[in-house]
Design a protein around this ligand. Structure first.
Ligand code: SAM
Ligand code: MG
Length: 297
């Protein structure tokens, strides 16, 4: 590490601790040096303009290669299919509480305008529409959008979903606004997470909700989400995830805070190998989901 890089990290650390009084200083230290360890721009390194692309072509190619299997519940997207009830339970409880909706109604999201950013084949968009939301699903990969459209058209309710091959930053340019902006299992695949969060924030109405789920950059995630899932159990194609692209919950809270999103609730997804099911948990050590609110400006 050169002297200049070290000083830059110290400077970053000062700014991090100044702007995040409720963040554990130990985490701030790690966060400050993280870009050096992983050579990734984020936090308060100078960022490209808001219109910069969030697209990482290498990441998109991975999804394009397996796009035909989005709806194969035994295929490479099986983990997302079995995670669906758990993430929907979190969305139902947080969004209903925030928007004053009845979580026990059949269509609790009636009246909410939602964008599912990085929707892939629509595994999450479809149940959101069935729960009454008016859904726009966007994905940067055309193949995914084609599959999502074909599948949604098989169901009269899901066929109401508007699918578009585009990015969050393009919707920002169109000045679109949503009650809820959801990006599930996407941020670890984008070019610049901090810029991506700024776009998600710009798409969220004042006092609206932004929800992100992803994987923690922990040793346990390396062992389970990468080594076990890709190399031992072959749930996902090898190389699906780069450990260095994961964010810790503290880092996600910080970059969202800087994008005017205040994280109000977080939960972990715990996988039980005996039942093969996920459930909501306090353990945010591997998979986690964050619910934030757009601070009115
Ligand atoms: C792991 S999949 C998640 C799919 C869906 N959100 C779900 O959880 O069922 C990640 C998706 O993000 C999309 N993606 C990656 N980078 C993107 C970007 N910058 N803008 C929009 N979509 C992106 C990929 O094409 C892929 O479909
Ligand atoms: Mg992923």
């Amino acid at each position: 590490m050169s002297h200049r890089m070290f000083l830059r990290s110290l400077y970053r650390l000062q700014n991090l601790s100044r702007s995040s009084s409720n963040i554990n200083p130990k985490h701030a230290v790690f966060a400050a040096f993280q870009p050096l360890l992983h050579n990734r721009p984020y936090a308060n390194t100078p960022q490209p303009a808001a219109s910069a692309s969030s697209v990482n072509q290498t990441e998109l190619a991975k999804f394009a290669a397996i796009a035909d299997s989005w709806w194969d519940v035994e295929g490479p997207f099986k983990p997302l299919h079995i995670m669906n009830p758990t993430r929907l339970a979190f969305l139902r409880s947080t969004l209903c509480r925030h928007f004053g909706k009845d979580p026990f109604s059949a269509r609790p999201f009636e009246g909410l305008k939602v964008v599912d950013v990085g929707c892939g084949g629509g595994i999450l968009s479809e149940p959101l529409a069935r729960m009454g939301a008016s859904v726009i699903g966007i994905d940067a990969e055309e193949k995914n959008i084609k599959i999502a459209r074909l599948h949604a058209d098989l169901d009269p309710v899901a066929s109401s979903i508007e699918y578009r091959c585009t990015t969050a930053e393009n919707l920002v340019e169109e000045q679109m606004k949503f009650d809820a902006v959801i990006a599930s299992e996407v941020i670890e695949h984008v070019a610049d997470p901090a810029e991506f969060c700024k776009s998600l924030s710009a798409l969220t109405m004042s006092n609206g909700a932004t929800v992100i789920s992803t994987i923690n950059r922990s040793m346990r995630a390396y062992a389970t989400a990468i080594v076990a899932a890709e190399y031992i159990l072959h749930w996902l194609p090898k190389g699906t995830h780069q450990w260095s692209s994961f964010l810790t919950p503290e880092e996600l809270v910080l970059i969202l805070q800087r994008a005017s999103i205040s994280v109000e609730e977080m939960a972990g997804f715990a996988y039980d190998p005996l039942t093969g099911q996920w459930s909501l948990s306090d353990d945010i050590g591997v998979n986690f989901i964050a619910f934030g609110v757009k601070i009115s400006q």
